[in-house]
Design a protein around this ligand. Structure first.
Ligand SMILES: [Zn+2]
Length: 290
């Protein structure tokens, strides 16, 4: 899955500003809406600007926010939003030799370490960009000096990074698994039932509710499989398998799905990517581990 970068390790704990002065080799991520600044080498592989290149384009230490390190390599965010946004046309690159591409291309990014770094950076970018003002009193916030949080000095409100819990559900019936396809979406590969946890709900209740809402089935024997950070949508995904009653009929929510059916292990063709929890769960079922 996207976070499986061993033997490398991501160190994402907060570090104080004086401990994180950037050096020329560090990576600087730049985002504009849902686009990321990158370039491609002769093999078509994506790469990102270094702090040296950022500095040469007039971006200074105060313009970047330390995000995390993978082993000893450090990653920063160019704070190119709000009052920090420099005068530029929309879509115009702040660093020569690089251009903006839609962030979904990160799914094809190799090595996986860089993919995980860029998607996690995007999650943090969305949160930093959206937390510039206090939601309680409207005052401009400042970064906490002791933890990863934005603080309102007027009313004391503390805004922590937003992570939305959601579930991915492998519904099993006998020797088959329920796969779905989303309506109105370009992605045409197999999907599983999925949805966000509501306030006041356990993860297991989310599983039961989402399966009922999307396909009208009762499920039981809900068992946890694995979790996955998914910065594309600011999520933490929790994967569960569960069993459907034997003879209930699927009632499809046509607003969300255009297809749902139980398929056997033999009907599953190899998923092209091992990046997502969904693909991992489908392949885990195919291998007979469920
Ligand atoms: Zn406030």
């Amino acid at each position: 899955m996207i976070q499986d970068i061993a033997p490398k390790i991501m160190y994402n704990q907060f570090r104080k500003r004086e401990e994180t002065v950037p050096v020329p080799e560090d990576t600087v991520f730049c985002f504009e809406g849902n686009k990321i600044l990158c370039a491609r080498n002769e093999d078509g592989e994506l790469y990102f600007p270094s702090f040296r290149e950022a500095e040469e384009s007039g971006i200074g230490e105060r313009d970047v926010q330390y995000l995390f390190a993978i082993d000893t390599h450090r990653y920063y965010l160019y704070k190119d939003y709000g009052k920090h946004r420099k005068e530029r046309l929309e879509g115009e690159s702040p660093i020569p030799g690089y251009g903006y591409e839609i962030y979904r291309i990160l799914r094809e990014l190799l090595p996986k370490t860089e993919c995980f770094a860029a998607v996690t950076a995007y999650h943090l970018y969305v949160w930093y960009r959206n937390s510039r003002f206090c939601g309680r009193c409207g005052t401009r916030t400042v970064h906490s000096k002791t933890e990863r949080a934005m603080v309102c000095n007027a009313c004391g409100n503390i805004i922590y990074p937003r992570i939305s819990p959601a579930v991915i559900v492998g519904v099993i019936r006998g020797d088959t698994i329920l796969v779905t396809r989303y309506a109105h979406r370009a992605v045409r590969t197999h999907a599983l039932i999925a949805g966000f946890t509501e306030i006041g709900e356990t993860l297991e209740e989310t599983v039961q509710r989402e399966v009922m809402e999307e396909v009208g089935l009762h499920v039981h024997n809900i068992r946890y499989f694995a979790s996955q950070p998914w910065g594309f949508e600011s999520d933490i995904l929790a994967g569960f398998y569960c069993d459907a009653d034997p003879d209930e009929e699927i009632r499809l929510d046509m607003d969300e799905l255009d297809r749902a059916k139980f398929i056997s292990r033999d009907e599953i063709t190899d998923e092209p990517s091992d990046l997502s929890l969904t693909a991992t769960m489908i392949m885990n079922f195919k291998k007979g581990n469920v």
